[in-house]
Design a protein around this ligand. Structure first.
Ligand code: C5P
Length: 219
């Protein structure tokens, strides 16, 4: 079995940045699992699919191709909101989860394994991941980061959108966002992103050492 790292947490906690850093440092193939939900949301909007039509949502899920997703169109709050509305549908989740597992099992030998970031990576997608990290941060700090990243002014509306999405993702019945029992929790509220990356790298490095993988690792 390949080496795998799961990084979960709410929007704006720093998952993407940390996963990209870990990917580069340890030669692990990165998958942002949220992108698959966002791509499904784009297809839903484009094809006028009703977010309550579970049959059509499952069909849409089959059209997502994790190897060909263009990020630029997906980084906006409308897509994020639709993504979290359709992410409550079990049949759609089943299709996307299987795609993610297939992606992990089909990486090129150039990589030592995978790093996935999302909401349910450590609990559902890769429950046997070698490293599980759950990132936390105060909602207002996350909303401010999101506004900065996407180049718009921070408002109470941005904060409300983040809170609504947190509640929907955390309270849904299937694969809710939750901290895996064996996850290391990192609160990024008062930490700069560089030091969080270094902390995460230390955790990954020691797990790799215990699997005798460190010689191939750059870190
Ligand atoms: O991570 P990102 O903000 O891009 O995810 C968009 C939405 O996709 C989340 O709010 C969540 O509803 C859904 N998602 C999920 N499970 C994942 C990743 C994302 O339900 N593993």
């Amino acid at each position: 079995m390949i080496f795998s790292v799961a990084i979960d947490g709410p929007a704006g906690a720093g998952k993407g940045t940390i996963a990209a850093f870990i990917s580069e440092r340890f030669q692990l193939k990165h998958l942002d699992t949220g992108l698959l939900y966002r791509e499904a949301a784009r297809l839903v909007i484009e094809n006028g699919v009703n977010v309550l039509d579970v049959v059509r949502l499952e069909e849409v899920a089959h059209k997502v191709d994790p190897h060909h997703i263009s990020q630029e169109l997906l980084r906006n709050e409308n897509i994020a909101s639709v993504a979290s509305q359709i992410a409550v549908v079990p049949s759609l989740r089943r299709v996307l989860t299987q795609m993610m597992r297939d992606f992990a099992n089909d990486i090129s030998p150039d990589y030592q394994g995978v790093v996935f970031d999302g909401r349910d990576v450590g609990t559902v997608i890769l429950p046997n991941a070698d490293v599980k990290i759950f990132l936390l941060a105060d909602p207002e700090v996350r909303a401010q980061r999101r506004a900065k990243e996407l180049n718009f002014t921070f408002t109470q509306t941005v904060l409300e959108e983040i809170k609504t999405r947190d509640a929907r993702d955390g309270n849904r019945q299937t694969a809710p966002m939750q901290i895996a029992e064996d996850a290391v929790i990192l609160d990024t509220t008062f930490l700069d992103i560089k030091s969080v990356c270094e902390k995460a790298a230390e955790i990954v490095k020691s797990a790799m050492q215990s699997k005798d993988l460190v010689l191939k690792a750059i870190g």
